[in-house]
Design a protein around this ligand. Sequence first.
Ligand SMILES: C[S@@+](CC[C@H](N)C(=O)[O-])C[C@H]1O[C@@H](n2cnc3c(N)ncnc32)[C@H](O)[C@@H]1O
Length: 177
Amino acid sequence: MTTTLTLPAKRNCDSQKSLASAQCSVASVHFSSATPEWSTPQEFFDRLNARHDFTLDCCSTHANAKCARHYTADENGLAHSWQNERVWMNPPYGRVIGDWMKKAYEESLGSALVVCLVPARTDTAWWHDYAAKGEIVFVRGRLKFGGQKNSAPFPSAVITFKPQNAEICHSRKEPTI
Ligand SMILES: C[S@@+](CC[C@H](N)C(=O)[O-])C[C@H]1O[C@@H](n2cnc3c(N)ncnc32)[C@H](O)[C@@H]1O
């Protein structure tokens, strides 16, 4: 069965929690450079966070982190254990994306829940090797990532790797979409 995730109608930073609001304004400043960071739209993250109550953003800068607990490139999120975490992962979109999807899948074989926002590149090795092993939700329309003027030139998907060996690390709420 194919599932789609529709985009929220309107961005409204004022309605977010104080941390989220701060991140909205920080992100809009930080990502005005020409280099796309593909920072997750705050309202898109908020909808998934309401379901999963993420404990860790595994790849971020301090400015675009979606969780108080997060790893930056200096700390290298790939080098840490994600066990017993509910992990938000919007990985770097270059060639290294395969390393991140491998890590996400392998951590979920233990006690990590990992929810990944990735480009829907269904012809790639990482998609077939890892994304296909998770629950796939295709995003309807194109996301407008943080700091970008226009919508992304690629479609996106949300891949959920549920923990395979955990009693405590499950989603907090039932799905609403
Ligand atoms: C697509 S952005 C996502 C940012 C944020 N987590 C979000 O959801 O909006 C990917 C982030 O990963 C960071 N990054 C790159 N390599 C990393 C590494 N080895 N460990 C942790 N973060 C890394 C980049 O600096 C970038 O901010």
